[in-house]
Design a protein around this ligand. Sequence first.
Ligand code: MG
Ligand code: MG
Length: 249
Amino acid sequence: MITIKTEEEIEKLRIAGSVVGKTHKYLIPYLKPGITTKEINKLAEEFIESQNCTPSFKGLYGFPGAICISINDEVVHGIPGRRKLKDGDIIKLDIGACYEGYHGDSAWSYIVGEKNPKDEKLLLHTEEALMAGLSAIHDGCYVGDIGHAVAKVAHKYNLGVVKELVGHGVGSKVHEEPDVPNYGKIGKGPVLKKGMVIAVEPMLNQGTAKVVMLDDDWTIVTEDEKNSAHFEHTVLVTEDGYEILTKRD
Ligand code: MG
Ligand code: MG
């Protein structure tokens, strides 16, 4: 069942979402060569807790980190550890925060130091795909409308669309119904109503759409080891569009 949130719930989701946005902003200056992903994870956890929230992903399905940190060909669910950031790395931070039982969820991709044009374009185009997906949202739209809009942008730039991982409803659980795939047909899938909250999260690859899981049973990487980008916002469905809850100001 896809739940419609009450005003009171929406207010908590707004606070959780804004803390996620603030955590991203807080971490950006630290994304420099030499820092370990474990250090970034610690900074994120301390910041989220300083905002009267808890990190949503810590312990979720047994995940060992406070946030997910994935680099280059790692698509999602990277575990923070001793790996140091290098010049030119694409780093994806997937951050969740929980405020009084309600969650916000937003992933964003960044390039560390020196940027190469191919990676810069990957990030730009994946963000464009996210915004195109969000543009399809309004009271009465179909989940398929969102996926269709995301995939259209991906195909325009010849990027691989990861199909095994999808967006989702958000509320008192981080992952609620419905699934929100990054592909779909217009007019197909569940209908979205005003007051529903979903996360839209394209994961687009420079090469193949195919992904595999590493031996750590968490990290998902591209099969051809080419780079991947991930952009995600949690949004509230409104009468004539959407409100981004994980705003980055
Ligand atoms: Mg996420
Ligand atoms: Mg998500």
